[in-house]
Design a protein around this ligand. Structure first.
Ligand code: ZN
Length: 185
């Protein structure tokens, strides 16, 4: 597989593998296919890296017959996917980087997901570190609801027993327990 690192584009852009494009021809092919989808424009820029390190293309129209035609900024991985499937993305389709590395725009790393599927994939998962039950001392992983209370309890039984003892002043009020959260993607 021939790879053009700057473009993140490889030979499989031609999915049937019927042609062997020289790199220059791949770029030309890519641009002409892209302009078929965006036919208000006639010029495609090189991929430009934004501050967010994502690549984008600028589509422009050299003739600008219509005054209203402004340059268009297009996500580079989206453009690659659209050329591959020979249509624009529709509805809530988004391009997802399979390996979650958005700087890896090779065609094999791109897939179409709905916005909700993509959001689910990118959601940050929270892991809470285990804490000791304020009543019985057993270690457990606190759930979400337990983060705001004074004292944490491994079970309803423990919190019930604690509550009763506290009611009759037979136990010291529990100290606030610091819950440590670890975030990862
Ligand atoms: Zn307990």
């Amino acid at each position: 597989m021939l790879l053009i690192p700057d473009l993140g584009l490889d030979m499989s852009i031609n999915t049937e593998n019927q042609f062997e494009y020289a790199p220059f021809d791949i770029i030309n092919y890519f641009h002409s296919e892209l302009l078929k989808l965006y036919n208000d424009y006639d010029t495609v820029s090189e991929p430009l890296k934004g501050k967010d390190r994502r690549l984008r293309l600028i589509l422009s129209n050299s003739k600008k017959k219509k005054k209203e035609i402004k340059n268009k900024l297009l996500s580079y991985p989206k453009a690659i996917k659209e050329v591959e499937i020979k249509r624009k993305l529709v509805g809530d389709e988004t391009v997802d980087h399979i390996d979650s590395n958005f700087e890896n725009d090779t065609i094999d790393n791109l897939q179409i997901l709905s916005r909700s599927e993509n959001a689910r994939k990118d959601a940050i998962k929270v892991i809470r570190k285990s804490v000791k039950c304020s009543f019985c001392g057993k270690e457990f992983i606190p759930t979400r609801g337990q983060t705001r209370k004074l004292g944490v309890f491994c079970s309803r039984v423990c919190s019930g027993k604690y509550g009763k003892l506290l009611q009759y002043n037979k136990i010291e009020p529990a100290k606030k327990v610091k819950i440590i959260k670890v975030y990862y993607k």
